[in-house]
Write a protein that binds this ligand. Structure first.
Ligand code: AHR
Length: 640
């Protein structure tokens, strides 16, 4: 491998090249990154009609002690369903309540993680016909063990109208499968609504589960595309993500059923929170909005203007003046300064749908007129042909034929593909015209049997693909893996970059591959070429020079993926540097490999396939190295 490290041949890599794509899929947000512990906190998941399904809320008590139903008496106009508890028993009298009382409990998203010494804020709204004597408690697995509790009491007058209750619970013990319980032993009728429990120590108090946030932050993402994916489209338009229903006080959000990934979200993680997440990560937000196209229905272009206005309002919400109509709502939510929204994507994977282009143009021209600086991303693939409509970027998708729920069309093909195919796609953009708009490779992953739930094989193929993208970053502006998160209790899509449950998390090998590129955005790509030999088809390499964000020192990073089944001896020659300008001490190599190419990480072995860093011997102008079979290696050479 010959690397030219002279300044003359280097090319700047876009500042935005590597980022992340967050989709509300696999309970990535609800029951995941968003730290709310209560599932279906407003009792709305069963829909607006009553009686409504209150799942996963569960009744404590039997028919002779309590009647539980839903009605539409909530204080909140946009989510009218409330829970009515008619308590028939009493701590005194003939029908004595059981000692633990009667009421309801919520198991959260497959169990709440409650940790000893930590504080949890519980908020709920309550109304009562009699004096109130309610116990709010965090219980251990199966309701056994009291981790924390608080008594909420008052006269009938105190609670004759809807009243907000807020209480802090400090856990006495740890249980990863806990539940929130509200019980009473007093006869009467109680209504409950908008019940929330959150750990106090979320990231910056912004509601993000800290260790999951930190796994994102470690990638140093330069952008975050959100909130989907198919989640944005919906199977039907009526179930698509609508930003206005996800902002304002959390209690007033109606929530919605995501009918592609088939679960309810209370929309605690709403448009504002996504923008906040981007800001907290130091990443530019890329808002994907629905442009009147879902998987099964479409708005005719002649009737799409209300949706265009909705998108314009959304941009105003993000970056409008705090005195503007929508900017003032953002300010009221605690963020008077505008968010740094510079990119919007019109739809998701909809290029071939009948109304897409017509609708796209309506959005494009309206946004362009109101916000000339905003970059507008089209769904249509321009990697191999010129676009027939204006766009600042195009979204390059490669679809897999087994995903029959996606309507494939002349532009889209399988982005989610086999390992061999993904590796061979390293050269896809070599052939792309250098004159067109730039590409946003917004979703890529090896899927199917090569990937399992996150194999080394998949990750190595993706490493090869990413090396190709890095080398073609003159025509590629942004790259992100998909999907980002999976709650192991609700695997809607395999594989994913980060796997978690209520209290554990690990990165798949694909996550770790992305870490090798975390210094690439804004770095300088060095010209490098592999001399041809028998293994050259399975070896790919790139070289960058960058200033480390960790120690501020300057490095050359050479990344080599060996996709083949034999180790490869490589002589790396670095030209264009002054003699002795590389330092032995401080230079390292980091290797991602494993005994079996199908190895995966798991909760029991979270570090089975992770990069291993070691010091480098013999750093000089020429480096003789062996890259193991089926491996990805980065050589970080410290410059004087
Ligand atoms: O990443 C999972 C899905 O793949 C996304 O929702 C969609 O955009 C693509 O088909």
């Amino acid at each position: 491998l010959v690397v030219d490290a002279s300044d003359a041949t280097g090319r700047p890599i876009p500042e935005t090249l590597f980022g992340i794509f967050f989709e509300e899929i696999n309970h990535a947000g609800a029951g995941g990154l968003w730290a709310e512990l209560v599932s279906n906190r407003g009792f709305e998941a069963g829909g607006p009609n009553t009686p409504s399904n209150i799942d996963p809320w569960t009744i404590i008590g039997n028919e002779s002690s309590i009647i539980v139903e839903t009605d539409r008496t909530s204080f909140f106009e946009r989510n009218k369903v409330a829970l009515r508890l008619e308590v028939l028993c009493d701590s005194e009298g003939d029908n004595t309540c059981p000692d633990e009382g009667v009421g309801v409990y919520n198991p959260g998203f497959w169990g709440m993680n409650i940790e000893q010494g930590k504080t949890y804020k519980v908020i709920f709204y309550v109304r009562s016909t009699e004096s109130l004597n309610l116990t709010v408690s965090l219980k251990g697995s199966n309701g056994v063990g009291n981790l924390a509790s608080s008594a909420i009491t008052g006269t009938a007058d105190d609670f004759s109208n809807w009243t907000k209750v807020e209480t802090l619970l400090v856990a006495k013990a740890t249980d990863h499968n806990s539940r929130l319980q509200l019980t009473t032993t007093t006869k009467g009728v109680i209504w409950l609504d908008q019940v929330s429990a959150m750990p106090v120590d979320t990231y910056k108090g912004h509601g993000f589960r800290t260790e999951l946030f930190e796994m994102l932050s470690a990638l140093k993402p330069k952008f975050i595309r959100f909130p989907g994916g198919c989640f944005v489209e919906g199977e039907w338009l009526r179930n698509a993500f609508r930003w206005k229903a996800t902002v304002g006080p959390w209690e007033e959000r109606p929530g919605h059923f995501g009918d592609v990934w088939m679960y309810w979200t209370d929309d605690g993680l709403g448009y504002f929170e996504f923008l906040q997440l981007a800001e907290d990560l130091g990443a530019l937000p890329i808002w994907v909005f629905n442009n009147g196209v879902s998987h099964n229905d479409e708005v005719d272009t002649s009737a799409v203007l209300p949706l265009v206005q909705e998108a314009l309002d959304g941009i105003e919400f993000a970056r409008g003046d705090p005195t503007s109509k929508w900017g003032s709502l953002r300010a009221a939510m605690g963020h008077p300064e505008p968010f740094d929204l510079r990119y919007v994507a019109v739809g998701n994977e909809d290029c071939g749908k009948p109304k897409y282009r017509g609708n796209y143009l309506k959005f494009y021209h309206a946004i362009r007129a109101a916000y000339p600086d905003i970059q507008i991303i089209s769904n249509c693939d321009g990697s191999s042909r010129a676009l027939d409509h204006p766009a600042d970027m195009y979204d390059y998708h490669v679809m897999s034929s087994h995903m029959s729920f996606i309507t494939t069309d002349m532009y889209d093909y399988h982005v989610y593909t086999t390992a061999n195919d993904m590796f061979s796609r390293a050269s896809t953009f070599d052939r792309t015209s250098r004159n067109g708009p730039k590409a946003f490779v917004s979703e890529y992953a090896v899927t199917g049997k090569d990937a399992g739930t996150g194999s080394l094989l998949a990750a190595l193929a993706e490493a090869g693909f990413l090396i190709g993208l890095e080398k073609n970053s003159d025509v590629i502006e942004m790259v992100s893996y998909a999907p980002l998160f999976v709650n192991a209790n609700d695997r809607r899509w395999n594989p994913d970059a980060i796997v978690f449950n209520s209290y554990q998390a690990y990165g798949t090998p694909s996550y770790w591959v992305q870490l090798f590129f975390s210094e690439s955005s804004g770095a300088t790509l060095l010209s490098s070429s592999l001399q041809s030999n028998s293994s050259s088809n399975s070896v790919l390499a790139s070289a960058i020079t960058f200033q480390s964000s960790v120690d501020n020192k300057n490095y050359i990073r050479i990344k080599v993926v060996n996709f083949g089944t034999s180790a490869v001896n490589l002589k790396i020659s670095i030209d264009g540097l002054e003699p002795n300008s590389l330092q032995l001490s401080g230079s390292t190599k980091t290797v991602l490999t494993s005994g079996n190419v199908m190895d995966e990480n798991s909760f029991s072995q979270p570090k089975k396939v992770v990069p291993i860093k070691s010091g480098l011997q013999n750093v000089g102008k020429d480096l003789n190295v062996t890259v193991p079979a089926r491996s990805f290696t980065s050589f970080d050479l410290l410059k004087e």
